[in-house]
Ligand binder design. Structure first.
Ligand code: AHR
Length: 495
């Protein structure tokens, strides 16, 4: 019998809105994310709209994805946007040097991407080339997508069939500039950033342009320190951070055939996100006490060995309950830090790393991570309800981790949501919430669970793991007692 964890909701405390942009996604020209994933081409026998799979459009719309980052990743700093506009048959090819050395024919370009964002009702996040580009190429890109008319680039866009500008606020100024973006020092990049940002004109005159500096790799606090110190505040709206979860970087192991030791190590790296966002935020607080610059975790998720027989450069992996644990805990961390974390992007949307969707020919499946993301839509743009509790431990081989992760919010209709994750591989855990101070009468719940941690959806059994109605809770005179099974995610709704 476990002790009960008392979880206190501080409904009276000042708290931020959980930006829906924390629930953003990322689609790179990598492996089968864009080609043979999202984009199959108009001639495909897979039902599509302008070459984009209809089933994917539907699934992403249901997920209410708030923003989509594109075209990379490492690919971004090799990408020359002018190669991806105009008649497809005239577009030049290039080699995708980072991801498998395959030929990129540029058949999915800026129009395809931005039109897709409109269909999905999602905001585009263009990660633009700095590493192998020029200020001119960069600024012409901005002019091309957002200038109304009468400028050379706006006229070129019109010739290519798009009259109105698109609505693009989020601009990434390079990607991983400490690595594939150019192996720069933070001092060098900060200067380069200043130069690029100076020429980034907001042609919409709406003060909406949101410039995001390429951020630190995991715990490289020096990187964040230098950017915050050296970039003037009027040139920057966001600083990025990348952090992946894995067993060890050198021995990632299979995405489905893992033991408890590998599970435990993966969760150690995933839960490190708490320390990472705390420490990067502390540095940002020092230089930006008024909190005008956001921390943008624009790459996160689990990273394992590729599925047997697939191209090692394509990063195609399966997605199990371990990934549901990563998603549930990471999103709780972001929610609880939403004062500073205003946006994040799960890597990646389809067929790459911790994907929400996998495809095989005409078949498509939704992964456990998709279902967690969908359950958590309840937190989009809701007001954070700060929580305090002391988690029981999940112990393995004399090491321990907090077993319970949680976050709570109240939306504009007064609905209260509490998302709870129990990462313990064997033990259920009981949580008790005092709900007397909340203006809610009735609770209901949804759960994502499975019989084995390694369980996953397959093309033959795509609905093995899906959310179900959650029943193991009781309202005992204003105390909500919830029993969370091992390795499961629960979303409680109070109204
Ligand atoms: O998401 C895969 C790769 O991981 C991205 O291209 C890069 O930015 C990161 O290293």
């Amino acid at each position: 019998q476990n002790n009960v964890t008392v979880l206190e909701i501080k409904a009276d405390k000042e708290s931020p809105i959980i930006s829906k942009h924390i629930y953003g996604h990322f689609a790179e020209h990598l492996g089968r994310c864009i080609y043979d994933g999202i984009y199959v081409g108009e001639e495909s026998k897979v039902p599509n709209t302008n070459g984009v799979r209809n089933d994917i459009i539907l699934a992403l719309k249901e997920l209410k994805i708030p923003n989509l980052r594109w075209p990379g990743g490492c690919f971004a700093d090799t990408y020359h946007w002018k190669d991806g506009i105009g008649p497809k048959e005239n577009r030049p090819s290039m080699v995708n040097r980072w991801w498998g050395g395959v030929t990129e024919d540029n058949s999915f370009g800026t129009h395809d991407f931005l039109n897709l964002c409109e269909v999905l009702e999602t905001e585009p996040y263009l990660a633009a080339n700095v590493g192998s580009s020029t200020v001119q190429e960069f600024t012409e890109y901005i002019e091309y997508v957002s200038h109304k008319g009468g400028s050379p680039m706006a006229e070129l866009r019109k010739e290519n069939g798009r009259d109105k500008p698109w609505n693009v606020s989020f601009w990434g100024v390079g990607n991983e500039m400490w690595g594939c973006g150019g192996n720069m020092t933070p001092e060098y990049y900060a200067n380069l950033y200043r130069q690029y940002a100076t020429f980034m004109t907001d042609w919409t005159n709406s003060d909406k342009m949101f410039r995001i500096a390429s951020g630190a790799n995991v715990a490289d606090y020096h990187w964040t320190e230098v950017l915050m110190r050296d970039i003037p505040k009027n040139l920057i709206e966001g600083v990025a951070l990348h952090s992946y979860s894995f067993v060890t970087w050198d021995k990632k192991g299979s995405s489905t055939k893992f033991d408890e030791a590998q599970y435990f190590s993966t969760m150690q790296t995933a839960l490190k996100m708490e320390e990472l966002v705390t420490k990067h935020s502390d540095i940002m607080d020092k230089y930006d006490p008024k909190n005008t610059i956001a921390l943008i975790v624009d790459e996160w998720g689990g990273w394992y060995d590729v599925e047997e027989g697939t191209n090692p450069g394509f990063l195609y992996q399966q997605n199990t309950m371990r990934d549901a644990m990563i998603a549930g805990t990471t999103l709780n961390i972001f929610n609880n830090h939403s004062a500073r974390v205003k946006m994040a992007n799960l890597a990646q949307t389809v067929n790459v790393l911790q994907a929400v969707i996998l495809t095989e020919g005409e078949k498509m499946l939704l992964t456990p991570t998709y279902h967690v993301m969908k359950m958590y839509t309840a937190h989009h743009d809701a007001k954070l309800l700060p929580l305090t509790f002391e988690s029981p431990s999940y112990t393995f081989n004399n090491e321990s981790l907090p077993a319970i992760s949680a976050s709570a919010s109240i939306d504009k209709n007064g609905l209260v949501h509490v998302s709870l994750v129990n990462i313990d591989s064997k033990k259920e855990n009981k949580v008790e919430i005092d709900i007397t101070k909340l203006d809610v009468k009735k609770f209901s719940g949804t759960i994502l669970s499975a019989s084995k941690l390694q369980d996953h959806n397959t093309f033959d059994n795509p609905n093995k793991i899906k959310p179900a109605i959650f029943k193991t809770f009781e309202n005992k005179k204003g105390k909500l007692e919830i029993t969370i099974p091992p390795f499961s995610v629960v979303m409680m709704e109070g109204k």
